[in-house]
Design a protein around this ligand. Structure first.
Ligand code: TYD
Length: 207
């Protein structure tokens, strides 16, 4: 059975990772690769419905425990319906966020939840990306950018700068713990420079 390549982008809100995920997908398609560009929370019909519950409304709408269950439910549907079928067809899957976001966001909300996030991941998801690009960005600059978009999906941005700073530190710690798959990219450079760096790393992996 052919196995594709699973690439993810991670970063705090407003880091520019969605733009970079799109640019990598376009670049790889131009080279003739079969690419599925997707996102979390969401990426499949069922998961997009769960996304609406998660990203809108009052910051205190869900407890961190309930959030973990909702994100994992959405991810399981995304994995079954979109990610695994594409990888089994030998495609390149690029996901704007995946399990590292749950580790960092829900773990940052309450440090003692990290063990539960990991246990649920092992039980229900059990897959890690082949490569993860962490678009690293100063939290105050990223927050200003994220809120400026005024997307109506600002529930997480509404937790404020202190939360964004914890997320920033959390992503860097995760990258340090998994140097085999994480690539930390300085997000404070112009868009094309970042896209070129990402493309070079992906090309080296694809061969
Ligand atoms: P996203 O659509 O990536 O927002 P943005 O483009 O603004 O970065 O994700 C929506 C929000 O959901 C974002 O604030 C991060 C949060 N999130 C979690 O808290 N846990 C998760 O597991 C995922 C995938 C996202």
């Amino acid at each position: 059975m052919p196995t594709g390549l699973f690439l993810t982008f991670e970063g705090i809100d407003g880091s520019g990772k969605s733009t970079q995920a799109r640019r990598l997908a376009e670049g790889l398609r131009a080279l003739g690769h079969d690419v599925v560009l997707t996102r979390e929370p969401g990426g499949s019909d069922g998961a997009e419905e769960i996304r609406t519950l998660l990203v809108s409304g009052d910051p205190s709408r869900w407890s961190p425990e309930t959030e973990i269950l909702l994100f994992t439910a959405a991810r399981r549907d995304h994995l079954e319906k979109v990610i695994e079928p594409a990888l089994n067809d030998g495609k390149i899957v690029i996901s704007d966020r995946f399990a590292d976001s749950t580790r960092v966001y829900q773990g940052a909300a309450r440090g003692d939840l990290v063990t539960k996030v990991d246990a649920l991941h092992d039980l229900m998801i059990g897959r890690e990306p082949d490569m993860t690009f962490l678009i690293d960005m100063d939290p105050s600059a990223a927050l200003a950018r994220g809120l400026a978009r005024n997307s109506g999906e600002d529930r997480f941005e509404d937790f404020g700068l202190d939360f964004q700073e914890r997320l920033h530190a959390g992503f860097l710690m995760l990258a340090e713990a998994h140097p085999d798959r994480f690539h930390v990219i300085d997000g404070d450079q112009d868009e094309t420079t970042i896209a070129d760096q990402v493309a070079a790393l992906a090309a080296a992996r694809i061969g």
